[in-house]
Design a protein around this ligand. Structure first.
Ligand SMILES: [Zn+2]
Length: 358
């Protein structure tokens, strides 16, 4: 008798001497059946024998349809400048971003996410809500030239403020309530320029409600909000700061972005954003926060996005360059893991590369 069967008998005896005999339950618990039918009846390797079988029973599939491709737009013409800490990613001028968008759309990627590098920065980040700002110009051009591609705009001030923080500064910290108006103005200005979806990343309290009411008042009630609901104060944003020139000039963002140690707080942030009108929610970064993605997916019934951030991307690319990892496999495994955790949408710098393999 195999050892597992011994355990089954033992469980039967214990249950028979208590609950079942008194009619509390007529059936042994499922665990007993599982133990009773273990090896050699069950052989999970049967379904792993060939690629055809493995693919037949695969639980999670990737598709370019769930990718969002982040892009950086900068002033000038003819600019396509590689970001050194993010190989294969570029700062594009508006004219050059069009060709990148065409290529992404051709690969079946439905949306790009735009970040802007303005001509100049100031205390209040006015470049963010300038109707002729860099993201607004890019959004108009992309919608005109590549109408089949959705434009999502990052709604934040940090790329546009001289101090690099995501809002107005008062007493050495970002002032929440006076920032809301600027954030809402930015979203309206971007939506007017053609953004299909606005995505606030600032982490100010109440910004989703402020944006929703400003959009509605501007006759833009049909523009959805994808909120960066659980955005952690993460070291993995490092390479992005070079890309978007958005490193804070003093202090850090821990008074508004979340503590990496907290999961329950993410549930609260997501619940508040949905209550305020978020149509979709995002967790950022992705791979170090798979538990958060999983729990948000289980607890809330809105589309869940996860942002595989610059550091996640650059680590894989760097290890591959050193010959320490198979870069292509690491890319696909990281993406499938994010999807398996529950992300419906994945924002990733690998979007084009992965789409080519799917
Ligand atoms: Zn920001």
């Amino acid at each position: 008798m195999p050892p597992s069967a011994v355990i089954v008998v033992d469980l039967f005896q214990r249950h028979n001497s208590s609950g079942w005999r008194h009619g509390l339950s007529r059936r042994p618990p499922a665990a007993c059946y599982d133990l009773g039918m273990a090896f050699p009846v069950h052989r999970p390797r049967r379904l792993r024998r060939t690629e055809l079988l493995r693919s037949f029973v695969r639980e999670t599939r990737l598709s370019p349809e769930s990718f969002v491709y982040p892009l950086f737009v900068c002033p000038g013409t003819g600019v396509k400048q590689e970001i050194s800490a993010m190989p294969g990613n570029y700062r594009f001028s508006v004219d050059r971003v069009i060709e990148e968008c065409r290529e992404a759309a051709g690969l079946g990627i439905p949306a790009v996410l735009l970040f802007g590098l303005p001509e100049s920065k100031d205390e209040a980040g006015s470049g963010a809500y300038d109707d002729d700002g860099i993201v607004q110009r890019a959004a108009r051009a992309i919608k005109r030239e590549v109408p089949g591609l959705m434009v999502i705009t990052d709604v934040c001030l940090c790329e546009y403020t001289s101090h690099g923080h995501c809002g107005r500064i008062a007493d050495g910290d970002v002032d929440n309530d006076s920032t809301l108006e600027l954030i809402a103005r930015t979203a309206v200005s971007q939506a007017r320029a053609g953004a299909d979806i606005v995505a606030p990343s600032d982490m100010m309290d109440g910004r989703v409600a402020a944006i929703r009411s400003a959009l509605d008042a501007a006759g833009l009630a049909n523009i959805p909000i994808l909120s960066y609901a659980a955005k952690y104060a993460s070291v993995f944003y490092g390479p992005f700061r070079e890309a978007a020139d958005s490193a804070p000039q003093f202090g850090d963002r821990r008074s508004y972005q979340m503590d990496p140690a907290n999961q329950r707080e993410a549930m609260r942030e997501v619940a508040l954003d949905i209550e305020e009108g978020a149509d979709m929610v995002m967790i950022k970064p992705a791979m170090p926060y798979l538990d958060v993605i999983c729990r948000v997916r289980q607890q809330f019934n809105v589309p869940v996005a996860a942002y595989q951030v610059s550091g996640e991307f650059s680590m894989i690319v760097a290890a591959a360059r050193l010959g320490w990892l198979d870069g292509t496999r690491a890319m696909m495994e990281s993406l499938v893991a994010i999807r398996r955790a529950g992300a419906d949408l994945i924002l990733t710098y690998f979007a084009k590369q992965a789409a080519k393999l799917l």
